[in-house]
Design a binder for this molecule. Sequence first.
Ligand SMILES: NC(=O)c1ccc[n+]([C@@H]2O[C@H](COP(=O)([O-])OP(=O)(O)OC[C@H]3O[C@@H](n4cnc5c(N)ncnc54)[C@H](O)[C@@H]3O)[C@@H](O)[C@H]2O)c1
Length: 311
Amino acid sequence: MKLFIISMKILVTGGAGFIGSHLVDKLIAKNHRVVIVDNLAAGKKEFLNKKAKFYKLDIVNPGLNKIFKKEKPEIVFHLAAQKSVPYSLKYPLEDASINVLGSVNVIENSLSAKVKKLIFTSTGGAIYGQTKLIPSPESTPENPDSPYGLNKLTVDKYLKNYYSRVKNLNYVSLRLANVYGPRQDPAGEAGVVAIFINNLLKNKQCFINGSGQQTRDFVYVGDVVDSCIKSINKGQGIYNIGTSQETSINQLYQMISKLIADQKARHRKAIPGEVFRSVLKSNKAKRELSWESKIDLKSGIKRTTKYFQEL
Ligand SMILES: NC(=O)c1ccc[n+]([C@@H]2O[C@H](COP(=O)([O-])OP(=O)(O)OC[C@H]3O[C@@H](n4cnc5c(N)ncnc54)[C@H](O)[C@@H]3O)[C@@H](O)[C@H]2O)c1
């Protein structure tokens, strides 16, 4: 299905967050009218684009329907989420409430508003879990072992099995790899690129969990935003968004410390049950969304470092 409309009304949940705020900036630069729904649980006021209309609201709140009725969005990007795996292990009820019930609320309202398309940000690594299929395509057996991964998979299944098949909702679910870039929060336990850069810039000790031989697929936030934009006009269903490049945490640390400060990292206890290898195969996105990652890790790290230096 192709939609060639120049300016659209687009609602972005989580538009004050790391990825969401970059997406909003890009949509506004493309002349779209943007409405943000975010409760600022993790998002920041200073990330809010002044040209976007902002509603401070929890996506679980039934009052969400008033915003949809008033704004009548044509496209919905659903990014608002509790995004931490360790937090989901500690507070599974809260995670399920935001990531499942909140998502169903957003999707139900999108359906009532007859949106042209809903685009959801899901996850690759936390859904595929430990797998021998590296890089992992979308057909990899789903093996989530955290409430976060289970809840993202549940929403993928709601979209595929019910909202698309039974209710004819057009949707794209983007299973993102490890996203990094400017505005990522270096304070949390996730976001290893931001954590290393921030610590090295502040002369603080960096820690690597376990051997550091565990690998990840680091995709630059600008590339992720590009996949979101491409999904407006192209695609239907689930797509992996990654680079197919496997980088160990030791290699990542070396790249960053070489650029900022030649300081040794200390190894500490491994996180029990942590996925050892996680890399996504994104051939389907290349074929159907005409998307592939453009920013290599070295350039992305430089851009991210510049951002943290200028803060
Ligand atoms: N960053 C990654 O590496 C990564 C990887 C895979 C998937 N994702 C997904 O991408 C999306 C964006 O992630 P991010 O890294 O930008 O995270 P983020 O925490 O920076 O952004 C999430 C936003 O959602 C808002 N939010 C949280 N709970 C809410 C609620 N109940 N109601 C309204 N707003 C709420 C937060 O305030 C925040 O602004 C999430 O859905 C996340 O699961 C991220």
